[in-house]
Every structure is written in C-alpha cells, then in structure tokens.
Design a protein around this ligand. Structure first.
Ligand code: GAL
Length: 689
C-alpha cells in the first residue's frame, strides 16, 4: 500500500548518511556503485583496442556508469572449439573500471560461431515448416539441442570462472531476447516426454483434449504433432507452455554453469521484450534474479501509456524494481520509417522508466558498428568516434541520475490497484479470436489507461501473485481460469476486495477446454449471473446504465442475472435483436467486497466512468489531484520517504500545483509548491515534512 506524504526528519538524516557512505546501492548489490545507473551497449570486439580508451572517456563524461558487453561475441571469445580467449575482455573491463564504469556480461549464446554450426548442424534451429536455419543472422540456434546446450554451458562456465569474481562485473545477461523455438526432431521428442510427464497416460491426453473430435485420438505420445497454429487449442496451449519451460531450462543450463563460480552479488537475468508473448514471462523469470527489458516504443510515435504499461508489466515479472537493459537513443533501424523521438523525449522516457521502477536505463547502442545489419540504428557516438546530437541529452540524464540517485535509492513504486496479465489467456484468445479486433493486449490497455490516469499507479501482475494489499483488482480477459485461481479470487472478494472481470473471463479450464458451466465458469454462482451467449461485433452497439450511455464494439456478451442481489449496471440498446435490452454488466456485493462482470468491449468514455466508480468504491485516491492531462505522475516510496516524478508528455508547457511543499531533486534546491514543466519537462520531487 502507498505510504503517506511525509516522512520523519530523523529517518531522512539516517538515509542521507547511508547514501554518503555509499551503502545503499539499488541497481546492483555493489555498495560502491551508484544507485541509479545510465548505461550503453558497448561492443569492444568491433573496434581496434587503441580506440577503447577514447570511447570510455566519452562515456565517463556523459555519466555513463555501466556497459553491457559480450552478448554477441562468441566468435571472439571462442574462436575455435574449446579454445577460449578472454584477454581482450579482461582488458576492456579493466579499462572500463578505470573510467568508473561497471559491466554486465552477456553470454554470447544468441550468436553461435560458424565453426560450430558448420561442424554440428544439429545446433541450428528448425522452423515450423521443417527448414533448418543458416549462419549469418543471429538466434539461429536450437534451444533444445543437447550439443548446443553443452556449448552454451561451457562458454558460460568458462566466462564465470574467469569473471565471476571480477569486482567490476555486477551481473550477467543470459543470451539476448529469447524468441524463436525449435521444431526439429529433438524438440518433438522433448515435447512428447514433457507431455508424458504431465499427463501420465495418453488416455488422459485424449480425455482433456477431447480428441474424439476430428479423429484426433492418440494411441501413443509419439503420434502427437508439433504445431504452433491450426491445431487443437489444448495442444497449442501445451506447446506454448512447453516452450516456456524449455526457455526456463535453457536459462538454468547457463545459470548452473555461472552461479557456482560467481560472486553472490552478481545478478543473473535476461533481456525481454515488452508485450512479446512467445513464452510465459513468469515461468522464465522464476529462475532469474531480476527482470530486465528492452524498451523500444511499440508504435511509430511514443505512446507513453503503452510504454508505462510495459514498464509495469516488467516490474511484475519479479514484483520488484527492474533494469531497462536496452532503449533507443532517439531511433531504431527496423521500422518501415525510423522517425526519431523528438528532442527531449529521450529524457522524458528515461525518467518515465525510473518512475515506473527501473533503476537502470541503458542505451542501445554506444557506437555504430563499422558494418553489419544495424548500420542505421540510433547511437550516442558515430562510427567516427565523436558524439551525435542525442549524446548531450543522455549526458543530462546521467547528471540528473547522479544528482537524484542517492535520494531515490531504496524506493519503489507501490500501488493499490492491480491488473492481471495472463499468458495462457492471451494465447487462448489469440488461437481463436472469433472477433479479429479482439487483441488481448489492446484489451489490457483499454483497462490500463483509465486506471493509470486516475490512480496514477498500477501493478501489472500474474494471476499467481498475491492479491492481499490491493484494494481493486481488474482482470481484462482471464479466458483460462483454473479452479484454484477462481477460489483465490473469491477469497479476495470475501476479504473485502473489489474485483472487476472483463469479457471472455472464465470460459476455459486449464486445458483450454470449455467449462461445462457457462462463463465465468467457476465464478458464475458466486457472481450470481452468467453469460448466456457471446457475439462478435463489427459495428457499434449502444448501451446505457450506471456508467452513462455509450457503445460496445468487437465483443458483446448477453448476460443474465441468477441471484436477487446481483445488480444490472449496464444494458444493451437496440441492435441485433439478441442483445436488445439485455444486461451488459452486472455486479454483486459480497460482504464488504464486490465482484463485477463486464461482458462487452466498451468505449473509452464508458471505461473511464467504470474505472472512476470502481476506484471510488475501492477507496483509491490519486497521488497528485491537480495533474493536467498528459502530465504523468509517478511515485516511488520507502518506509520513510516519498519521491514524486512528474513528466510532461505534452508539447506545450504545463504547471502542477503540489499537495504540499516538495524539494526539487534535479532543479532548484528550495522547496516548491508549484512546478512549471516545459514540453517534455521532468520534475523529480521529494515530499517535505
Ligand atoms: C534489440 C536487440 C539489440 C539490437 C536492438 C536494435 O532487439 O536486443 O541487439 O538489435 O534490438 O533496436
């Protein structure tokens, strides 16, 4: 729960004293490293050694505190089988240390060397159409192949033996952006073994998958195909789970090589990709020390709501502060048109990351490689070794992190409201969208946006995360709902929690099979209502009620009420006959708690009203009441302090009246009660007693 506005002066003095002694590092476990870090991806192997010192001097001048190195350098680290060369990396790390820059080491397994893939072609992945990958790009490896796993283990182990106690190495990144699974013969065998372990007998598979349908009945596990689409939805869901478990064991293979040789302060993570749903992030993160993600804006222009939601998602992977392992220094090279962020937006994004719980922001990349597939990508320094214009903005960020870091150390975002993100449900909907526009991420964002605007703090969590402590929990479309999860949700409401369920919730069991009772399945009786029928929509359907009048589109469920104390909140107007005058949203009070079911994809204004009422009912207050639209409010707190970060995402000036005097940590020193923010302006404030 959020802390109050003020903190004690004694605690403040104690914290300042700790900061001065350097004892509260947060981004890392190394007390001599700053608590907030700015960093860059640096590829010393791409440049002649005599140029390194100049690069690192420019980094130091920009207050860059950390570099990530090595993640694609396999051919330089192991130029031939079993022959390891780490001397160059020793020297690069030592030189970085001289410039007060610490290092995250990447294991190079996303880019296997040509000698390996030539001699052992089985290490190359096979795609769904049976085609084996070739050398020359990256991520061409098979994540299941034992030979590849052995090579990956060996290089990780050799690196750990060599660098595990290097005081300038603060952590490890495994591989890079896990993505493509393998469909080769090894993957098939492992999938069958995994199914056998889970189901015990093939008869059990036949029963849960309802394989009598289209003559899918299996006599043995070997007969089960390997498909990622156009298959039985149960198989598709299990394939995704198998892929998630395989990435987890892929991580464990390297963790088991690194951990025994590494300083316990060195963290182990991998870098992930926002909404990407190729695997279940919660499964993969269960064996990692912290979450780290690569923040490239999702759309052509910076959508700060979507970006903030992805930060909150990453924070939820481990329910703690995280790293932005990569972000764009103004532009990328992989969109059709790679327009830049506007001047000021790189800083805006950096502080947004901190506001949502990042302790590190690293730019990809430091310097253009002399050749290779990414010659046009944004950088801080050109191939000529001199700064490009965005360098100055990053230097400003570096200065500000250095200045505000000691005060921000030890704080994290806290929220009274949670939004549930569930991979099983996202996959299940994507396998059978039924209405093309039903993109589960868009549906999440439709719930997230008004929640974020009004509460100013949202946790995005897994259905397995603890719910106590939240005043309001929303589940945008929890299509796959196990009995255990349903029990937990009912207990949450019985304990006084407020629960809002979105359309398509509670339709499937954990085998992706239809529940024998109507939606929301195991919650229907508790809700005192159910879904009588669902309809895909291609036009607006009117609806009105407690939240005013508006429309639904994409999806509408005809609800019915089965209990006298279940209230109808919204009804459809005249449309296709089936929906006319039927309930669209219903709610039931249970003790002090409530359960609300919304059966339609409702328009943003209705969503806004729904959210307003839900927050009011749950007693959730905003952090700063007077924030104008487009000014984002973030709060990080600890037991005794409260930091507020304000970011003006608008292109015009804005001002914010603060609820009390606050100390500006990156601007004027004195306490302020009103903050003026220019376009893309940022204020970092500490509550005053
Ligand atoms: C990331 C990747 C980096 C770099 C970057 C370019 O997805 O991890 O290595 O390619 O994209 O935007």
């Amino acid at each position: 729960m959020r802390m109050g506005w003020w903190w004690s002066a004694t605690a403040f003095i104690a914290l300042v004293a700790m900061a001065a002694s350097g004892a509260i590092a947060q981004a890392t476990k190394y007390a001599d490293q700053p608590p907030l870090l700015v960093g860059a991806a640096w590829y010393p192997e791409q440049w002649p050694e005599p140029e390194w010192d100049h690069d690192l001097s420019l980094m130091e001048a920009a207050h860059i505190d950390v570099v990530r190195v090595g993640e694609f350098a396999w051919s330089t680290m192991e130029p031939s089988e079993g022959k390891y060369e780490f001397g160059w990396l020793d020297r690069a790390i030592a030189l970085a240390a001289k410039h007060h820059i610490c290092v995250v080491l990447g294991t190079p397994t996303a880019a296997p060397p040509a000698w390996m893939t030539t001699k052992y072609p089985e290490t190359l992945r096979v795609d769904e159409n049976g085609r084996r990958a070739e050398h020359g790009n990256r991520q061409q490896f098979s994540f299941t192949d034992p030979k590849y796993r052995q090579f990956a283990h060996d290089i990780a182990e050799q690196m750990a033996i060599h660098f595990g106690h290097n005081p300038n190495v603060v952590g490890w990144q495994l591989d890079n952006e896990y993505a493509d699974p393998d469909f080769g013969p090894t993957a098939r065998r492992q999938f069958h073994a995994w199914l056998e372990k889970k189901y015990g007998t093939v008869a059990n598979v036949n029963q849960h998958w309802a394989t009598a349908y289209w003559s899918q009945t299996y006599d043995s596990f070997d007969e089960i195909p390997l498909r990622a689409e156009r298959e039985n939805p149960a198989l598709l869901l299990e394939w995704k789970r198998f892929v998630s478990e395989t990435w987890k064991s892929y991580s464990l293979n390297q963790i088991s090589a690194i951990r025994p040789h590494a300083d316990p302060r060195q963290f182990i993570t991998t870098n992930t990709m926002g909404w990407f749903d190729g695997f279940d992030e919660y499964t993969v993160h269960s064996v990692l020390d912290l979450a780290a993600w690569d923040d490239y804006i999702s759309t052509d222009t910076y959508d700060w709501i979507d970006n903030g939601a992805r930060h909150d998602l990453a924070r939820g992977f481990k329910n703690k502060n995280f790293w932005v392992m990569e972000t764009e220094p103004a532009f990328v090279n992989w969109r059709p048109t790679n327009t830049p962020l506007e001047k000021g937006q790189v800083r805006d994004m950096a502080w947004q990351a901190i506001g949502h719980g990042a302790d590190v922001v690293e730019y990809w990349q430091w310097r253009s490689a002399p050749n290779g597939q990414e010659e046009y990508h944004g950088v801080l320094v050109g191939a000529d070794g001199t700064p490009v214009p965005v360098y100055d903005e990053v230097r400003q960020i570096g200065e500000e992190f250095a200045k505000a870091g000691p005060e921000i150390a030890g704080t994290a975002p806290h929220s009274d409201v949670a939004l549930v993100n569930d991979y099983d449900s996202r996959w299940a909907i994507d396998f059978q969208r039924h209405s093309a526009g039903f993109d589960p991420v868009k549906e999440m964002l439709a719930f997230y946006e008004p929640l974020r605007m009004r509460s100013q703090a949202v946790d995005v969590i897994s259905i397995d995360a603890p719910l106590d402590g939240y005043k309001l929990v929303e589940l945008p479309a929890l299509n796959v709902l196990s009995q255990a999860a349903a029990d937990k949700l009912m207990a949450y409401v019985r304990n006084g929690g407020h629960l809002v369920l979105g359309p398509r919730t509670g339709m499937k069991d954990e085998y992706n099979a239809l529940y024998p009772e109507r939606q929301p399945g195991p919650l229907a009786e508790f809700l005192g209502g159910r879904v009588d029928q669902f309809y895909a929509l291609d036009q607006n359907v009117p609806l009105s009620g407690d939240w005013g009048a508006g429309t639904a589109n994409v999806w509408a469920e005809q609800l019915s009420v089965r209990s006298p104390d279940t209230k109808v909140l919204m009804r459809y107007g005249k449309s296709n006959g089936w929906l006319d005058d039927q309930p669209a949203a219903i709610s039931r009070q249970v003790g002090k708690g409530t359960i609300t079911y919304i059966g339609a994809w409702i328009d943003p204004l209705l969503m806004e009203e729904m959210t307003k009422e839900a927050l009011q009912q749950a007693g959730v207050q905003p952090i700063v009441r007077s924030a104008p639209a487009g000014v984002e409010v973030c709060q990080r707190s600890s037991a005794d302090k409260s930091i507020v970060i304000l970011i003006n995402h608008n292109t015009n000036d804005e001002h914010v009246d603060l609820p009390g005097p606050m100390r500006d940590l990156i601007g004027n020193e004195g306490p302020v009660s009103r903050v003026n923010l220019p376009a893309y302006g940022v204020a970092v404030l500490e509550a005053q007693k």
